[in-house]
Design a protein around this ligand. Structure first.
Ligand code: GAP
Length: 446
């Protein structure tokens, strides 16, 4: 059987599949939606959870030098003053006085003319627009009660640095990791779940002593993150690690690498890895007046550790997994007929469903019962789904949601206890004893 895998899907195809199969829906769709917000459906929720679990496993559970953290979304407003977000986290915007549309100044090709209605000289002077979403805390809605929904999870870690190292009895080098929601009032949300106003970040703040090894540790983290994307099968030719020049980095940063993926519209950032020096702890010490330095019991000295940050977007990574997995297989079947199938080639640890178990017939209670009992036994160890009916349609559905293995119970199963196992990628089918399924799936998903 010849096959040819089409390399790229259009965003329209991805969005259509995401809706049809229950990965991602527009938020508040029945009211016309709301820009920059999306909901995850039954399969998308599991996909996103698997991405988070894969990150957490590698960066927290498998490391004895990283501890877990979960800070509140709303923090004291001075946190955002110290971090620089109140004064400097903004885009420059212009308004068209004729059509009333609003644009990012840095996106304009021609500052003389409105890109939407074409009017000349209709644009206002650029104004700063802060990207933090605001709310009010308490019963009064005045300037004293203004608070912000965090635009990054990192600051919750910085302000707790001392609480964490003292309670967890850690000394640099060690890291604090957090996965959680962040909010940014983006001017131009778009490209599906790429640029959102509400999104999740997976951030690792790694504190190191200033002993001359900091740049080597930075490089080690870049390598670790490279390995993580490779381990989960992201195609290497669609991934790049872009080294920021001194001009592109903030003045305090000693090094920076952006992890970028080749999306259908071009390269886009998935994660930023940055050597931030002592900037963040210094800023909070200066404004709070509290000492956040590390106290070294051995030398009886205080010092401010340097910080290496790796900050990934969970939604962008889940979208990457979806886009990267999407393929159309064209093949010629044994009768010489051209066929086409849509298949998501998810890594088995990322796939929302790992094994689907089918009964070949709907109306044969003994088959249904046998298939259900095989499925419920496997469910304890794997993400499984039971289904029944037309085998061609069942395979098609599971290919479209990226299920690596399909197991079919038929009349022979009742005679000899064997089932058909079909592999998503090769479409190869083999007959195996139902008792050996658990070991077989373990071996395939290892
Ligand atoms: N603490 C550092 C920090 O927040 P960032 O580069 O602004 O750095 C890190 O954000 C990651 O968070 C980005 O690489 C991206 O994956 C994700 N991210 C940022 N803004 C986002 C948005 N509007 N929608 C979805 N993901 C976003």
């Amino acid at each position: 059987m010849e096959t040819d895998a089409r390399p790229r899907a259009s965003m329209d195809e991805i969005v259509a599949l995401a809706k049809r199969r229950g990965f991602i829906f527009q938020s508040s769709e029945i009211y016309g939606g709301i820009g920059g917000f999306y909901d995850y459906g039954p399969l998308g929720t599991i996909l996103k959870r698997n991405v988070k679990d894969a990150w957490w496993r590698e960066n927290v559970e498998l490391r004895d030098d990283v501890v877990a953290f979960d800070s509140s979304i709303v923090m004291h407003p001075l946190v955002w003053k110290a971090s620089g977000h109140v004064d400097a986290f903004h885009d420059r915007l212009v308004d068209c006085k004729i059509c009333k549309h609003r644009f990012r100044f840095d996106h304009l090709k021609n500052a003389e003319q409105c890109p939407d209605c074409g009017s000349k000289g209709s644009l206002t002077q650029p104004r700063n627009f802060n990207l933090m979403l605001q709310t009010h805390v308490g019963p009064m809605e005045d300037s004293a009660s203004v608070a912000y929904l965090r635009p990054e999870t990192a600051q919750g870690i910085f302000v707790n640095f001392k609480n964490v190292y003292q309670s967890a009895r850690k000394r640099p080098p060690f890291g604090i990791a957090q996965i959680g929601k962040s909010f940014r009032n983006e001017i131009t949300p778009g490209n599906f779940t790429y640029r959102l106003r509400e999104f999740e970040q997976a951030e690792l703040e790694y504190f190191v002593p200033d002993d001359g090894n900091d740049l080597a540790t930075f490089e080690t983290w870049v390598e670790r993150r490279k390995q993580w994307y490779a381990d989960y099968g992201v195609k290497p030719d669609r991934l790049r690690f872009y080294e920021l020049s001194q001009e592109e980095r903030p003045h305090y940063a000693k090094a920076g690498v952006d992890v970028e993926y080749l999306f259908p519209w071009g390269w886009g950032e998935l994660e930023s890895i940055a050597h931030r020096g002592t900037y963040d702890l210094d800023a909070h010490m200066a404004l709070s007046g509290k000492d956040l330095r590390f106290f070294d019991e051995g030398s009886k000295t205080h010092y401010t550790p340097l910080l290496i940050e790796s900050s990934a977007g969970v939604d962008r990574t889940a979208l990457t997994m979806l886009i990267d997995a999407y393929e159309i297989d064209r093949s010629v079947d044994p009768n010489g007929k051209d066929t086409e199938r849509l298949v998501l080639r998810f890594h088995p640890r990322i796939a929302p469903v790992q094994a689907a178990v089918f009964s070949l017939a709907r109306n044969k209670p003994e088959l249904v019962e046998r298939a259900r009992s095989i499925e419920s036994a496997l469910r304890r160890r794997f993400r499984t789904q039971y289904d029944e009916g037309n085998i061609g349609q069942l395979y098609r559905r599971q290919d479209e949601i990226g299920t690596p293995c399909c197991i079919t119970v038929d009349f022979d199963t009742l005679e000899d206890g064997t089932v058909t196992v079909r592999d998503r990628d090769s479409m190869h089918q083999e007959r195996v004893g139902a008792g050996g399924l658990e070991a077989l799936l373990h071996e395939r998903f290892a």
